[in-house]
Design a binder for this molecule. Structure first.
Ligand SMILES: [Zn+2]
Length: 248
């Protein structure tokens, strides 16, 4: 693993998984095996969707602890329902605070966050900064299912987001999907940090799973493997931007 002091100079890559169905035994076994195997030598961050209504909290916590022992661990909030990521009402920031407090009460520290459906608003960002989290909800690409006016943060590289309260939030944007890795889009990419993501449910499809392993292996040969926790601790981006002015 690179030392913190080197982080400002190298070309790094990190990998995260949106763990959507941690209580599905088949999906979980495949995700756990991949996290264990570390293709490309990448510790894979598990950004886990907390249990919804009627889902087994203790089984969830047990699996969250297993994931945390294998790599970085974070929260992936689906605001509406397990199968509906973006909020349709309510108070998104309050839900994030509630989930973080629930994790803490169970002895789990997540410290990384990715909003379901790539949703992030300023109150959510304020809550994350206050709770000491680092965010990965910004994307370098425009997700094609989002309406043109949908709340979404588009960002190419890590940055500090300055918030109205005066707090700032470390943002480590998600830059590449599996498809982009496989197409070799990263080969000519000069960004300091490349952040690839996938969904645990991608592992149900053998071809997608094989593509992911191949893509990560290649990525690990081209860039120094790092992980979100290491960047959270060691990366201090030069770029600072106002959250209010950064909305894409
Ligand atoms: Zn999700």
């Amino acid at each position: 693993m690179p030392h913190t002091a080197h982080i400002l100079h190298g070309r790094y890559a990190v990998v995260s998984c949106h763990v959507e169905r941690p209580l599905d035994d088949v999906v979980w076994r495949r995700f756990a095996a991949l996290q264990q195997r570390r293709p490309g030598r990448f510790p894979i961050a598990a950004l886990m969707r907390p249990p919804g209504l009627g889902e087994d909290e203790s089984a969830w916590l047990e699996r969250a602890r297993e994931a945390q022992a294998r790599g970085p661990f974070g929260l992936h909030t689906h605001w509406t329902a397990p199968d509906h990521a973006r909020p349709t009402g309510g108070d998104p920031a309050a839900l994030v605070r509630e989930q973080v407090h629930w994790l803490r009460s169970a002895g789990l520290e997540a410290e990384l966050f990715c909003g379901g459906g790539w949703y992030l608003d300023e109150p959510v960002a304020e809550a994350l900064a206050e709770l000491g989290y680092t965010d990965c909800t910004a994307t370098a690409f425009r997700p094609d299912y989002l309406a043109p006016d949908a709340a979404h943060l588009q960002l190419d590289e890590p940055a500090w987001l300055e918030l109205t309260s005066g707090r700032r939030l470390l943002e480590l944007p998600t830059t590449h999907s599996i498809g982009m890795l496989v197409r070799g889009v990263f080969a000519a990419d000069h960004r300091q940090v490349l952040h690839a993501y996938f969904h645990d449910t991608d592992l149900l499809d053998r071809r997608r799973a094989a593509a992911l392993r191949a893509g990560l292996t290649l990525l690990g040969l081209r860039r120094t493997p790092s992980d979100l926790r290491e960047l959270q601790r060691g990366l201090r981006p030069e770029k600072t931007m106002s959250f209010a002015k950064s909305r894409g």
